[in-house]
Write a protein that binds this ligand. Sequence first.
Ligand SMILES: CC(C)(COP(=O)(O)OP(=O)(O)OC[C@H]1O[C@@H](n2cnc3c(N)ncnc32)[C@H](O)[C@@H]1OP(=O)(O)O)[C@@H](O)C(=O)NCCC(=O)NCCS
Length: 163
Amino acid sequence: MSHITNPKPISASRVTLSQLMHPEHANLLGNVHGGWIMKMADEAGALACMRHAQRKVVTVAIDSMTFREPIKIGDLVILNAEVTYTGRTSMEAKVDVLAENPVTRERSHTNAAYLVYVALDDDGKPTEIPQLKAESAEEELKLIQAKERQERRLQEKKLREAQ
Ligand SMILES: CC(C)(COP(=O)(O)OP(=O)(O)OC[C@H]1O[C@@H](n2cnc3c(N)ncnc32)[C@H](O)[C@@H]1OP(=O)(O)O)[C@@H](O)C(=O)NCCC(=O)NCCS
């Protein structure tokens, strides 16, 4: 199938999600609940992977997330996602989370998240995906670093399973 044999550029998977933060997104301190950000990051990453694979995907792993600063109610949260690694059936997406004050347009990069998804066929089984191709030296480095992260995850999984 041509969509599997032809490698695709990172740019073809890029997607941006934006959402205004309302009081129902607040934690007890009145800032945005971290769980909302995680949910939106998962959605953005999944969309980037669906664009790449042209398949439905499920989340198989989420790396730890660190929030550098609080996001406030009334901020616009912007999530930029792209695929950074492809295996046979798995993909890593990087999601950058930005918070924008819609009045001042001041933006802060609150965190980056790495998530791994698996593409599924119509029977819900892992299925082969197109490979990624780098279009610059910078992207080449991005793919190498992503491959190292995935190797680390699989190594950690092996150690967990051996316990
Ligand atoms: C994702 C799922 C279909 C994988 O099934 P599986 O039988 O483990 O399949 P495999 O062992 O062949 O793994 C599939 C791919 O995932 C990768 N993978 C599996 N576990 C992983 C982990 N912890 N971290 C990173 N990648 C992982 C494998 O390396 C493989 O990649 P490759 O094909 O690119 O080499 C299955 O585990 C599942 O359905 N999980 C639940 C998904 C879900 O419901 N997510 C929402 C959470 S509520």
